[in-house]
Write a protein that binds this ligand. Structure first.
Ligand SMILES: [Zn+2]
Length: 60
């Protein structure tokens, strides 16, 4: 079960936190912004933030 890009339906790595391939991500957000988004998503995943739905978000 490999992931697919939501824009071009191309295959992307399973460890990618966002369902957008590099080419489309850069096209949509620009290279700098896209890299920042991917990094933020990876950080959230590794901390398990996406699973802790019962806790209050600390960001207001
Ligand atoms: Zn794509």
């Amino acid at each position: 079960m490999s992931k697919k890009c939501v824009y071009c339906r191309g295959g992307i790595n399973d460890d990618r936190s966002i369902d957008v391939c590099d080419r489309c991500g850069v096209g949509v957000w620009g290279e700098k912004m896209f890299k920042t988004i991917v990094r933020n998503m990876d950080n959230a995943n590794s901390k398990g933030d996406l699973c802790s739905t019962n806790t209050q978000p600390s960001i207001e």
